[in-house]
Design a protein around this ligand. Sequence first.
Ligand SMILES: Cc1cc2nc3c(=O)[nH]c(=O)nc-3n(C[C@H](O)[C@H](O)[C@H](O)COP(=O)(O)OP(=O)(O)OC[C@H]3O[C@@H](n4cnc5c(N)ncnc54)[C@H](O)[C@@H]3O)c2cc1C
Length: 382
Amino acid sequence: MYDYIVIGQGLTGMLSAIWAREKGASVALISQGEGRIVQSTGVMDLIPAEKGNIVKMMEGYQNHSWDKTLIKNGIDRFKTLLSRLGYPYYGDIYNPIEIITGSGHLKSTGLYPETIHPIPEKGHVMVIGFQEIADFQPEYIKGNLRKERPGLNISTINISLGKRALRTMTQLDAARMLEDRENREYVLKQIKEQLSVQMTTSIDLFIFPSSLGILQWKMIIEEFKEKLQAQVTEAVGMPPNATAIRLYEGLKKEISRQGVRLYADTQVIGSKVENDIVKSIIIKNTVSRELKAKTYVMATGGVLGGGFEWTTKGLKEKVLGVKINQNGEYLSPIKNVYTVGASQGIDVTKHGITGGVFSILSSYAAIEQAVKEEKVYDQNAG
Ligand SMILES: Cc1cc2nc3c(=O)[nH]c(=O)nc-3n(C[C@H](O)[C@H](O)[C@H](O)COP(=O)(O)OP(=O)(O)OC[C@H]3O[C@@H](n4cnc5c(N)ncnc54)[C@H](O)[C@@H]3O)c2cc1C
């Protein structure tokens, strides 16, 4: 019997498992696959809020009674965790910044890793494209960025990733190649040659695809800043983004470091519910078996994550087999189940895209509440 079973290995599942474990609980994490985090940009957006801040975002989540303290503590906890994992996040969810995407459009974001730098209103920026990456086109980016930042002077350079580079690559392939010193030297040499051909001297910011290393990102960013004598940023774009993979790998490592029992490639196919309490769940990998916990955290990601399914009769819960309404809310609440992220069953989460900030806060709030209620439950039991 575990204290907690967390179902789902997206951002919400991993954060919930880590935070429950930090409370001293025994935790199992069960997942049939990676969450959407690996397809994301790795920055934590305020959805739904578009260009608004956390106050605007919360208007979309009217059922939530999160106060300012809870919001502050949840965000601080995330930042502290990521700093400890060696991949710090910055930003202020009350004052989001605008970052550049791989299409050259700007997007507003609440929290972002150290490899990302805000886009200035003025100055000279240089967009660096790699010939091997088809979905990052400097001239196209320049056109879009110019519309959003008319005060910027924008130049472009197209170079090769290395003599051994394949013709078509993803940003992640590029990130792996740039871990190699020889490839970095080759890239820097070409940039300097092109700068000299263009007779360009003072650049304020170099914009690269999301590809500046995986494990060695810090050293690579510092090296590029020093050798290019300017700020450097990654532009998040088509997946896989190195920004997201670093986050995913860091959280995954922390899960195993903390001693969370991971059931990978394992599907939850049903549950036994008695008197509004989940007594056990049925899991299946090669064989089926029953698993028990005092508390269950549903981090199954709604429709996109696999937790819900649209059928001809409406939205269906696929994991525990419980009845839900058209937003995904449980028709009869289950006392020892906490839903996080896109499993929450509110209007704005039903399609599965909830955004990083909501994922962080819903995981934090659920674990804080679960720990409080479990104590009450234990006292009653005693
Ligand atoms: C393509 C894409 C790009 C995105 N980009 C961004 C972005 O740039 N910024 C941002 O802030 N947000 C972004 N989002 C949204 C954000 O990533 C999601 O809101 C967030 O990842 C949701 O996380 P989650 O943990 O709730 O669910 P998910 O990441 O969907 O995880 C669900 C998990 O549940 C598991 N699961 C489901 N059913 C079962 C079962 N029966 N048994 C066992 N396991 C099960 C799945 O395998 C998966 O591990 C993006 C979303 C998508 C889809």
